[in-house]
Structure formats: structure tokens, C-alpha cells
Ligand binder design. Structure first.
Ligand SMILES: *Cc1c(COP(=O)(O)O)cnc(C)c1O
Length: 405
């Protein structure tokens, strides 16, 4: 047995020596989790409102999820898409049940789900124009984040993401969210789709209004464009509805999802409306790992618990008082907090300056929360967080702000 301090030193040294330096990591090695709590290698407990960046929808090691994954791991893990497996069929049925008539493609991450959407747009453009490579343009949003692949990066107009990797994929242009005219002005004969997040996550929790989303739907209908929504961060219950666009009552033509879907197991998915589902045919898209029995069993366990425990209703009921308590923080500490935005358990606390010192102070007091663009502290509790845990996070935040005044 090695002592915890030796393990801790080794892990930090191993990272320093051997792990690619493409992340700015907190000086913390996590070794165990249960519900909304995680423990580091020195035995310190933290309330985890990072949730692996909106991934651990049921918190850590939920017993139903663990049992489902253990059972499936002992039964059948991977067979490829050269064959059917029961879990993939069932998961597709459940997601179609949530989104509406259509079909589902499975992959392994948000970026891959979005790649599939971008390829769908190209196929739609080919059908629309009758020519390959003519109608290929996609209108996205300023401050968007869609992932780190070439398609995702090209749809993400941020210098810190694109720098060093140019040239980007051709055909992306960018409107301003909640400014319908700025999108309408970008539509031309070669436009195939509009693609955006209903609530921008990475750039600081910026929600699209209902009127704007309805306006985009009409714009797409008028010009035969696909309305494609990136629900990778805001989907799977995080806002208190399974898909965040349900709040606006619009129906998209395609949806990208990942993050919370597997509850910690990597899985991504694209849902395509029935009308456009036949644009894909055997051979024009695929991935080896997509929709394995194990990944789909993990996602089915997430959906089971969301349904069985009424987590969507619970998120909606608890987020009202929780948001109020956070708004009160803004009112009490206006020098530090200038606003609180978001829906359900996707919340951004707008700080007046760089959030890093606040995030470090929260961590020292036992709360893990990620930052987001534009000086925002993000709070992403698991969907089954208790009212006590939500209140405790506010209390820790209050202590940090009081100590800085
Ligand atoms: C995280 C995220 C992605 C990228 O997902 P990965 O699984 O990291 O590839 C894409 N879109 C949005 C909105 C995200 O939040």
C-alpha cells in the first residue's frame, strides 16, 4: 500500500512528465465519487457542481447506473455496427419518443454528433440544389461552441479555438443570437442550414429567447433550411425539460446530443427528423464505436432514473428557489456578482472580473464549479442534487464573496 501523499505526488509528477499540456487543470487529483460528492487523494470531500462538465447527470456512481453498466459489461460490450444490438434499438426508440418522429445515429462525443449534423446539412444542400458542393453554407452564432473537430471548430468563431488550426472548413457564417435579422441577412441560395445552441454554454450561459427560436424556425421553413440544434450541454434534462428547445415549443430538424446522455460513459447522438432521415444511406457515414451495447446501456440507465425519479419535474421545482437564492447573492455582493443567468441546473453567475480566483476559493471551501467565457462561474449540479446540496453551494459561494469584501 502506498500512502495517499505518495500517490498524490506521483499523479502530479506523471501528468507533468507524460500528459499532453492542452488543459489548464486544477491542482486536484480525484479518486472517488458518490452522488454530488467527490473525494481527492488526500481524503478531502467536495460538492461537485462541475459534474464532469454537465456529464454526470445522475451524480457519481448512481447505484442503478452502476448495476446496469456492470451487468452489460459482463454480457456484451461491443460488436460494431455490422450487427444490431438490443440496447441501441431501445435507446433510439426512447430518444425518438422524446424528440418526435425521426431516426437516431449514435457516436461517442458532442463533437462527433455535431459533425454528423454538419454532414446532414451538406447532404440536404446536395438534395436541394441537385449538385454536390454547391449548397453547403451553414449559419451559426457568434460566441458559439460546437467542439474541437474541424467541423466543430469551423462552427465556433473564437480566436482561442481556431488559432493555429486554419484554414477552417468553408461555408460557415455567424449571426447574433436573439437578433433574427442578423441571421436572415446571411441566408443566400447556397445556404443549407442554421445551426446553434439554444443556450450557449461555454461562452457564458447565454439563452436564446423563445421569439428568436420561433423566428429561426420560420426562416428555415421559408428558405428550405435545416434548423439544427446543439443540445450537447443544455439537453438531457439540464434545463428541466429533456431538450431545452421544448421550453420554446419549436421542433428542430436535427439535434446533437452527448454530455449528460451517458451519465459519464462516452456517447453522442444525432436525431434527424423523419423527412430528412433518408439523406443518410448505407456507406455515407459511420463510426466503429457508435452505439455499443455498453454505451447504450449506460444511457438507458440515465433515462430510466430521469423518468423513475421524476428528475425533470424535480429540476423545475427546485431551480426556482435556487435561482432566487443566487439572485440574492448578486443583490448582496454587487461589486463581485453582476448577474445570474440560465435555466434549471445550467446556471451562469456573472462575475465583475476574472472568475479564476473565485473558482479557486470555492474549491478551497469544498465546491467544484467550472468557469465559462465572459467572466462567468458555471454551476452544473447533477439532476438529482438535493435541495440541501443546492443550498450548500449557495452558502459556500456566499462565504467566498463575504471573505473578499
Ligand atoms: C461540450 C460541447 C461540445 C463538444 O462536445 P465533446 O464531447 O467535448 O466533443 C459541443 N457543443 C456544445 C454545446 C458543448 O457544450
Amino acid at each position: 500500500m502506498t500512502s495517499p501523499s505518495i500517490v498524490r505526488t506521483n499523479t502530479a509528477e506523471l501528468y507533468d512528465a507524460h500528459v499532453l499540456k492542452n488543459y489548464a487543470r486544477a491542482p486536484l487529483t480525484l479518486v472517488r465519487g458518490r452522488g454530488a460528492q467527490v473525494w481527492d487523494d488526500a481524503g478531502n470531500a467536495y460538492l461537485d457542481f462541475t459534474s464532469g462538465i454537465a456529464v454526470s447527470a445522475l451524480g457519481h456512481c448512481h447505484p442503478h447506473w452502476v448495476a446496469a453498466v456492470q451487468r452489460q459489461a459482463a454480457e456484451l460490450i461491443h460488436v460494431s455496427n455490422l450487427f444490431r444490438n438490443p440496447q441501441q434499438g431501445e435507446l433510439a426508440r426512447r430518444l425518438v419518443g422524446r424528440a418526435g418522429p425521426g431516426r437516431v445515429f449514435f457516436c461517442n462525443s458532442g463533437a462527433e454528433a455535431n459533425e454528423a449534423l454538419i454532414k446532414l446539412a451538406r447532404l440536404h444542400g446536395m438534395q436541394k440544389s441537385g449538385e454536390d458542393g454547391k449548397c453547403y453554407k451553414i449559419i451559426c452564432a457568434k460566441n458559439a461552441f460546437h467542439g474541437r473537430t474541424f467541423g466543430g471548430m469551423s462552427a465556433t468563431p473564437q480566436e482561442k479555438i481556431q488559432k493555429g488550426f486554419r484554414p477552417m472548413v468553408a461555408g460557415f457564417s455567424f449571426g447574433e443570437i436573439n437578433n433574427l435579422d442578423s441571421f436572415a441577412a446571411l441566408v443566400d441560395d447556397d445556404t443549407a442550414a442554421i445551426f446553434l445552441e439554444t443556450i450557449q454554454g461555454e461562452s457564458g450561459i447565454n439563452p436564446c429567447t423563445t421569439e428568436f427560436l420561433i423566428g429561426l424556425r420560420r426562416l428555415c421553413d421559408r428558405h428550405n433550411l435545416l434548423l439544427m440544434l446543439d443540445e450537447v450541454q443544455c439537453g438531457v434534462g439540464r434545463t428541466g425539460r429533456f431538450y431545452s428547445f421544448e421550453h420554446a415549443g419549436v421542433t428542430p430538424d436535427a439535434i446533437g446530443m452527448a454530455k449528460g446522455l451517458g451519465g459519464g460513459f462516452p456517447i453522442g447522438a444525432m436525431w434527424v427528423r423523419e423527412r430528412f432521415a433518408d439523406l443518410f444511406h448505407p456507406g455515407n457515414h459511420g463510426t466503429t464505436f457508435g452505439g455499443t451495447p455498453l454505451a447504450c446501456a449506460a444511457a438507458l440507465a440515465v433515462l430510466d432514473v430521469i423518468e423513475r425519479d421524476g428528475l425533470l419535474e424535480k429540476v423545475r421545482a427546485q431551480s426556482g428557489p435556487w435561482h432566487e437564492a443566487l439572485q440574492q447573492l448578486a443583490a448582496d455582493f454587487p461589486r463581485h456578482v453582476t448577474g445570474v443567468r440560465g435555466m434549471g441546473y445550467l446556471v451562469g453567475v456573472q462575475m465583475s472580473s476574472d472568475p479564476s480566483p473565485y473558482i479557486a476559493a470555492l474549491r478551497e471551501r469544498g465546491l467544484l464549479a467550472p468557469s465559462a467565457g465572459g467572466n462567468v462561474v458555471r454551476l452544473l449540479p447533477p439532476l438529482n442534487a438535493t435541495a440541501d446540496e443546492l443550498a450548500k453551494a449557495v452558502a459556500i459561494f456566499r462565504d467566498v464573496l463575504a471573505a473578499k469584501t
